[in-house]
Design a protein around this ligand. Structure first.
Ligand code: GLU
Length: 281
């Protein structure tokens, strides 16, 4: 039987790798948690290729990821959407937000933002809203930010319990499209989850801080009920050290080349994983 015919799905979830490198044990742990939801919560699993960043993604990584997933026995249900095919849709959604005054052009560089906030720029540096009322002309830059007003987002994480986040304090107006014309992860993930009917998001706790801002954006796009979220702990090496992409011993390709069978790789990833309990859904 084809995977899509196996059951009547109650939820739709997704495994959404960015093809910026090869599959490693961290991805495998996430895939295990996602496909666990397929079995215990009757969730349909989409494989979504998150290749929004044209500068870092490569088709050979996508091919390798898909091949490794198949080797491990992870079979997605239905079509495999690819973000690079959806640019027209992202442009249209951005256009709607701009027309409603919810997005604006921004000329600030990372250096400007760091100078203004008196800090070294990193991914979590809050944007102070410098260009929000500056009236920057739309054709001066491709960069666009989403307007974030103060307020708390509350969600009941299936794994971590009730979470409260105020995106206006965490990140401020975040980028929808950067100065190189790339749509951002934060934007694409929300538009895709909405368009693809994803109502259960199972992912690593490394992106937990993004959830409040994603809920905020999805509501602005007209999605009243956001997906349910389950953020699982990231797997660590024996001894507790963080797993890094550069560790040769954690790449699925390397493990395969060293003679590991799919079950060995799955067992290693599962050993480090605390998977959410989907039976309560
Ligand atoms: N492409 C993202 C990643 O690989 C997916 C995260 C998410 O599920 O939101 O981290």
């Amino acid at each position: 039987m084809a995977p899509t015919e196996r059951f009547t799905a109650r939820f739709t979830t997704r495994f959404a790798p960015a093809p910026t490198g090869y599959l490693h044990l961290g991805h495998v742990a996430n895939a295990i948690a996602v496909w666990d939801a397929r079995d215990t919560a009757a969730a349909r699993v989409l494989l979504r290729i998150e290749d929004h960043d044209r500068t870092r993604c490569r088709p050979e990584y996508e091919a390798a990821i898909r091949e490794d997933l198949a080797w491990l026995g992870f079979r997605p249900d239905g079509e495999v959407p690819r973000q690079s095919d959806r640019r027209a849709r992202y442009e249209a959604v951005l256009g709607q937000l701009e027309a409603r005054g919810l997005a604006y052009p921004c000329l600030c560089s990372r250096k400007d933002i760091a100078a203004e906030s008196g800090d070294v720029f990193n991914e979590e540096t809050r944007y102070p809203g410098t260009c929000r009322h500056r009236g920057v002309a739309g054709d001066a830059t491709p960069a666009r930010r989403f307007v974030i007003e103060p307020g708390t987002e509350r969600f009941d994480d299936l794994w971590l319990g009730v979470q409260e986040q105020d995106p206006s304090r965490q990140c401020g107006d975040f980028l929808i499209r950067d100065r190189n014309g790339n749509f951002t992860y934060q934007f694409c993930v929300v538009v895709d989850d909405m368009d693809q009917g994803v109502d259960l998001v199972v992912r690593g706790a490394d992106v937990l801080a993004s959830t409040g801002r994603q809920i905020r954006l999805s509501r602005a796009l007209g999605r009243e009920t956001p997906p349910r979220f389950a953020h699982h702990a990231l797997i660590v090496k024996p001894g507790g050290a963080k797993l890094s992409k550069s560790d040769g011993d954690t790449g699925v390709r390397e493990l395969r080349a060293a003679g590991a069978a799919p079950d060995d790789v799955l067992a290693r990833a599962r050993a480090g994983l605390h998977s959410p309990d989907f039976t309560t859904l």
